[in-house]
Design a protein around this ligand. Structure first.
Ligand code: EPZ
Length: 416
């Protein structure tokens, strides 16, 4: 089991290049199933989850050619329309092959993802939407079995805003007969990035980025080149780290306009942030002021940044109240932060954080992807040595994070 050993207390200075967005690349890779022609991608992050998705498609018959951050996928001859449990259980985003498989081949056998550390993570809205478009779906042996002659466009109102639900149905609607309207659609930038890629492939989509997306079905999609957007959560994670440790860091290949809520809150904490269209510079010289927040769908504060802001609030100059409204169990990092001397109590879906002057290093355990990022930030500010265990969680969503942090002056190394 690999661990990260961090000696805290150093400010971060210098510049770092942000990688491509995991949560845009995953649906975009799945979208390659919609066409028999090549989809040539750039700025694809080098992450374990990306590798898992490419392996999943390769075992269906997709040809994949990877060269650094470039990835070309050709779904000419698909032999298997199956997403097996052993792969899906390691990455829930595998559910994103369901819509494309049903839309293009009229059949799919996709393992139910099952829950995960942060919550039950049901996929009922994905299934309901495909049924509304005419798919016959039943659950058998832990698998979603779907069949459809040809999906028919219709109006679908999603009871809850669901990011991958919106993405699955938007991809399915591209090849459906007639027009589909997705009401109460997710507005996340990653949904917009997927829509732009689908449009480059010949899809007819409008309203992406709003809560009402209209897709006019076409008979087929064609080859396209597409560059994946920068990862706004990686960006936010580095910004929160500098706000906590102090320093002066410039993030390049970034997309500041995709994380206004995060930048606004960091300015409230006292950080000085200046942006150009593709860079963000943060200067933090004093102890951060506490930041109370409530997570909600985009453009409100992202749930994927909640854990990182709790770490920042642990050493803030006062008390903050953080409310998690998206997932029912996304405070597992709190128990680990208490081991570092943080003062937090949980009341239902709210964490009350009393800022302390100093955290003290200890051994802590990552429980999920963003919790592990939170513990790295806490380790960077804690006095002494912090060991973060189970960092396979971290490798799912952060591309070479310790190398990037080391280049900013952090004392961090990976140990076995
Ligand atoms: C996406 O997950 C992201 N993953 C998550 O990022 C992110 O936290 C989440 O959106 C919210 O922004 C990817 O994009 C690969 P949801 P997703 O469906 O789509 C309920 C990370 O750290 N719901 O928007 O699975 C659900 O229970 C990951 O990178 C249903 O009830 O999240 C939750 O309460 C973690 N039925 C809410 O909707 C459904 O059919 C939002 O979930 C689907 C969802």
């Amino acid at each position: 089991m690999q661990k990260l050993k961090i000696r805290g207390g150093k400010a971060l200075n210098g510049s770092v290049r942000i990688s491509g967005a995991k949560n845009a690349a995953l649906p975009i890779i799945a979208a390659s199933l919609l066409s028999r022609e090549p989809l040539a991608l750039k700025n694809v992050p080098q992450l374990n989850d990306i590798g898992t998705m490419v392996r999943l498609l390769a075992q269906m018959g997709v040809q994949a050619k990877r060269d650094g951050e470039a990835l070309t996928l050709t779904a000419a001859e698909i032999t298997e329309k199956v997403a097996p449990y052993d792969l899906v259980k390691t990455m829930r985003a595998s559910i994103l092959v369901l819509g494309p498989l049903v839309a293009r081949f009229g059949e799919a056998k996709v393992s139910l993802p099952g829950g995960c550390a942060i919550g039950a993570r049901p996929v009922d809205l994905h299934i309901k939407g495909l049924e509304a478009m005419g798919a016959e779906i039943h659950i058998e042996g832990g698998y979603i079995l779907a069949r459809a002659k040809r999906l028919k466009g219709c109006k679908i109102l999603s009871a809850t805003v669901t990011v991958t639900g919106t993405e699955n149905l938007m991809m399915a609607a591209c090849l459906a007969e007639g027009t589909t309207i997705l009401e109460n659609a997710a507005r996340e930038p990653e949904v917009v990035d997927l829509a732009k890629c689908l449009i480059a492939m010949g899809a007819r989509i409008s309203g992406h980025g709003t809560d009402r997306i209209t897709i006019q079905g076409v008979d087929s999609l064609h080859a396209a080149d597409y560059t994946v957007m920068p990862d706004r959560i990686e960006t936010g994670t580095f910004l929160a780290a500098v706000a906590a440790t102090g320093g002066d860091v410039t993030l390049s290949n970034a997309a500041p306009d995709t994380l206004d809520a995060v930048i606004d809150r960091l300015r409230e904490s006292g950080a000085e942030i200046t942006c150009t269209p593709d860079t963000i510079r943060i200067k933090a010289v004093m102890r951060p002021a506490p930041i109370s927040l409530k997570t909600a769908p985009y453009p409100a504060f992202p749930t994927d940044m909640q854990a990182q802001f709790i770490a920042l609030n642990c050493i803030a100059s006062g008390t903050s109240v953080v409310t998690e409204t998206i997932f029912e169990n996304r405070f597992m990092h709190v128990q680990e932060l208490l081991r570092l001397g943080a003062r937090i109590n949980i009341e239902g879906n709210t964490a009350i954080v009393h800022g302390v002057e100093q955290l003290t290093g200890a051994t802590v355990m990552a429980t999920d992807l963003r919790a592990s990022a939170c513990l790295v930030i806490a380790g960077l500010v804690a006095k002494g040595e912090t060991i973060v265990d189970r960092i396979y969680h971290l490798d799912r969503g952060y591309d070479h994070i310790e190398a990037k942090l080391t280049s900013l002056g952090a004392d961090i190394e990976r140990v076995n």
